[in-house]
Ligand binder design. Sequence first.
Ligand SMILES: NC(=O)c1ccc[n+]([C@@H]2O[C@H](COP(=O)([O-])OP(=O)(O)OC[C@H]3O[C@@H](n4cnc5c(N)ncnc54)[C@H](OP(=O)(O)O)[C@@H]3O)[C@@H](O)[C@H]2O)c1
Length: 253
Amino acid sequence: MAERKYEAALVTGASSGLGRGLALWFAQRGTRVFAAARRVEQLRTLAEEARAAGGTVEPVELDVSQADRTLERIQRIDADCGGLDLVVANAGVGLETYAKRFNWERVKQILDVNVTGAAATLSAVLPKMVERNKGHLVGVSSLAAFRGLPRNAAYSGSKAFLSTFMESLRVDLRGTGVRVTCIYPGFVKTEMTAPNKHPMPFLLEPEEAVERMARAITRGVPVFAFPWQMSTAMKLVKAIPDSLFDPLVRKLR
Ligand SMILES: NC(=O)c1ccc[n+]([C@@H]2O[C@H](COP(=O)([O-])OP(=O)(O)OC[C@H]3O[C@@H](n4cnc5c(N)ncnc54)[C@H](OP(=O)(O)O)[C@@H]3O)[C@@H](O)[C@H]2O)c1
């Protein structure tokens, strides 16, 4: 599959981890990248790094949990830059929500960012992309979307939403010039996984994960789950009946 080039991209959650890496990756290849997050200092440092490498990153202070503002801001960027041709809904929070110590504030925070924030990010440009018959929408889901993982009701649920949302968009947009890619990373060494005390099989370095994700995007792969060992394991886990799944994951914890 031929690798495509992008003129203008927006990446949310670009102040650290996978989003930062993706923003830099595309900027280094000539894409004008709007890098969005709340921590502007980190975005400025990223912009300097991109400039030193001959690329362009423009910091955008954005809290995606403010859905209406997110929608307006991205629509304005799209209009001002002459049309975004790549939008990556990557911003996410990965906090635990243990059923025996449930905390609504935490659940809401996860849903506001991972569900409403991601949907607002993509919805901001989708109608214009359809009008132009050109563009690429990317959602960063997780292998945790495949089943309701222990202590992860909100996170697994939020990523299952994003995956299903991307799938429907992909079906609707089939045959048009608008592409849809859903990415399911396994464990990657980032700020999100740093506090994890449980084992993280096949943990990837962020550079390696970014390279794989960026290549999947430029090739226009509709669904990209990695690394293959974790993705295969999760596909098997998805296929087993609840009567086997429940005791299995309890044992794993
Ligand atoms: N690391 C993994 O193992 C892994 C596995 C599967 C999926 N993922 C997914 O990959 C994506 C990136 O995660 P990461 O691992 O790179 O973690 P990370 O380093 O913690 O990055 C998360 C990014 O999301 C941004 N963010 C959080 N809340 C936000 C908000 N309200 N508004 C705007 N931006 C917000 C953060 O920026 P600010 O704090 O500056 O706003 C940060 O840039 C997430 O969607 C995550 O669920 C990660």
